[in-house]
Ligand binder design. Structure first.
Ligand code: BGC
Length: 316
């Protein structure tokens, strides 16, 4: 059986044909339009077309389509209730896509999908409780507690990107100040890198991007830090300290058996997570307990969301 997963991100729409065990057979990718929901639905169906074509199959081979989408998602109604990054309000994404694809479509919050993917086939496999966060355009979170996805009564739970790590801090797209994602998302890291580059013309970061500031990505400061650039090291440390602050608070609330970190920035691997783990180890309130949360990288990497989305019907 083949399943189709779509990961709707702030930058790209990615689609993949996935087997029941989580193996990806073919992929498609289209830039996310910022011109409204119809354009986004069209981009999604184009990414699906590419994934099917690259797999060498047809839509008739696909059992179902699952979407992982950011924001507050009502999976029963198939609606994106609210997504601050693209200013979506009550968008019936499931019916829009069903009309285009002629297939049954289901939807879940993107980070919930990533958490399910990691729980089924990655870092959370066999655990009793797991929290997963994703560091991308925003910061997402999902919790699988005693084998069940915890969503809150209205599906808006675990919006970890929007809990505050700095009172009155940076302005978030949601309107609050100091939200975790204004410090720990890829977007935040890129923005901060650019800010500091502009006042430090001699930094090695400029060399990493060949003098073109628009080429800064989440991995850029990590690359410059690895080459010994002091500014980049400070940037990475600042980023890690906010990340550790948010993770420690989440661990203090949930004390999950496994806490896994995925999304684009997690591509930096242990270079990112090692120092974060050291801070969390020191600050976790359960530091004296014999049993401690395992803080680890998402095993499915950036594919956790797309795999979880594809396999959504199997979790229902
Ligand atoms: C949204 C979440 C989403 C996360 C990752 C946040 O800005 O509020 O719903 O899971 O970004 O895409």
């Amino acid at each position: 059986m083949k399943y189709l997963g779509i990961d709707l991100g702030g930058i790209n729409v990615a689609a993949a044909v996935v087997e029941e065990d989580g193996t990806i057979l073919g992929r498609g990718r289209v830039a996310t339009p910022r011109s409204g929901a119809e354009a986004v639905a069209a981009a999604m169906s184009e990414a699906v077309r590419q994934a099917v074509e690259n797999t060498g199959c047809t839509m008739a081979d696909i059992a179902s389509v699952g979407i992982g989408a950011p924001g507050v998602i009502d999976p029963r109604e198939g609606v994106v209730e609210y997504w601050s990054n693209l200013d979506f309000h009550h968008v019936p994404l499931v019916s829009m896509l069903e009309q285009r694809l002629g297939k049954s479509v289901c939807i879940e919050n993107d980070a919930n999908a990533a958490a399910l993917g990691e729980y089924a086939a990655g870092a959370g496999k066999g655990s009793t409780s797991m929290i997963a966060i994703t560091l991308g355009t925003g910061v997402g979170g999902g919790a699988v507690l005693d084998g069940k996805l915890y969503t809150g009564f209205n599906y808006a739970g675990l919006e970890v990107g929007h809990f505050v790590v700095e009172y009155n801090g940076r302005l978030c797209t949601c309107g609050r100040r100091g939200c975790f994602e204004t410090y720990a998302s890829a977007t935040a890291l890129i923005k901060r890198t650019k800010e500091l580059m502009l006042i430090n013309r001699e930094s090695l970061i400029w060399q990493v991007v060949d003098g073109e500031i628009d080429r800064v990505e989440g991995r850029t400061p990590f690359e410059a830090a690895a080459r010994g650039d002091l500014l980049a090291k400070e940037l990475v440390e600042e980023y890690q300290s906010y990340l550790a602050c948010g993770i420690t608070s989440l661990i203090n609330i949930f004390q999950p058996e496994v806490f896994c970190v995925g999304g684009g920035v997690a591509g930096a691997g242990e270079t990112l997570l090692g120092p974060v783990r050291a801070i969390v180890d020191r600050e976790d309130y359960a530091r004296d307990s014999a049993r401690r949360t395992i803080l680890t990288l998402a095993q499915l990497g950036n594919d956790a969301g797309i795999i979880g989305a594809a396999l959504l019907p199997l979790f229902r």
